[in-house]
Design a protein around this ligand. Sequence first.
Ligand code: SAJ
Length: 441
Amino acid sequence: MRFDKICVLGLGYIGLPTASTFAANGVQVVGVDIDLRIVETLRRGEIHIHEPGLRTLVEAAIKSGNLRVENLPEEADAFIIAVPTPFFHDKTGEYNGETYKLADMRAVTSAAEAIAPHLRKGNLVVLESTSPPRTTVDLVAPILEISGLKAGADFNLAYSPERVLPGQILRELIDNARVIGGVTPESAQAGYDLYSIFVRGEIVKTDATTAEMVKLMENTYRDVNIAIANEFSRLADRFGVDVWEAISLANRHPRVKILSPGPGVGGHCISVDPWFLVETAPDLTPLIYASRQVNDSQPHYVFDLVQRALGSLKGRKIAALGLAYKPDVDDLRESPAVEVVQLLQDAGALVKAFEPFKPVAGIPGIDAVPTLGESLADAEAVILLVNHSSLKDLSPEKLKSITPARILIDTINGWGGRDWEDAGFTLHRLGVSENRDNSKR
Ligand code: SAJ
């Protein structure tokens, strides 16, 4: 199948790189976003998200004339839906007395409704947004069929999850293996033809619901594995063990690969997607549910660690380093670091937070300062919340020269393995017991 012109709906972390990469490969792309500020920003040649290499790619795509940015879709050979699927913050489901989160599919619904009037025979529509199982067949197909055309017969419909890692999106978009699930084998083939334009990794065809499950299984697998790492950090703390040492030793086993504990699981994917499985089958997902509970409670565990280190928090001056949901990205969505800061503030601490990738963080109620120096200047304790390269590379000498604080709390193993004590600091680390008795273990 030939694709001369495509419409990409949703110009966020996935849609914008995807649209620009198609444009860079000679396809006429209409990038669509309902947010007029995003449309205007892109038309000015600027971008609204931080992702290495993205600015250059978008600029080139727009300059070449291959990428045009609009706020409504138009006729095209293919449509890609890459809109957010968060969960509702104001409503939940319930099963056996336990509450669970519900996917907010309104953006997918609106995108499909916006495509329907422009749909023609022979078109391909691909849903990329992470969605609960059966969304493509049960939600998207019926909306598109309002056009009078039949999914799988008159037009092709497929689900293809994105799997790119924020921070490495441009490379992974091209190199990662890609799954294309069609509502019919012909739809899967059409999806295959579309992504073959730029994907160098293997493209594997399947049905739409399998592809949806694959995506949810990948992120849920990671969530469950991070949950066990977080639980290990709590156990190590109780038993006087250094969890980082224990993990590195366990990982020498040829079939063990324990992930890293930390202040919790954030971002718009791993902390959200497992709920899509719980929501659709709460009776079958006790493990997934429990893992979500462990990871969601990890910021509280970190808060307890700070309290153990400092005693009463009221009026204490704390520098919080890092607010992003993970290292070396600017994304603050569902960030456990933000939650830790909020918990500290609620307990009366005077927190000055510094996020190197978003110096003016703009989170209501959080005092984010624009420089590291400002955050540290009058602090009595410093808490490392995100392993950003620039923060974990701070040496004891450097830190000593810019802060009077001598208490350090490392929630992410950024500062382990250095001689902080010689420099006059006391270092508290997540998953490393305060009461380690080296003589008897
Ligand atoms: N985290 C830990 N310990 C770890 C690894 C991660 O606490 O050992 C935390 C991170 O700090 C972060 C969260 O988990 O808060 C998620 O980070 P991540 O790097 O694991 O994943 P994301 O959300 O940035 O991207 C994931 C990826 N999925 C998998 O690795 C299975 C990516 O490939 C997906 O494309 C992306 O979700 C998505 O969009 O779904």
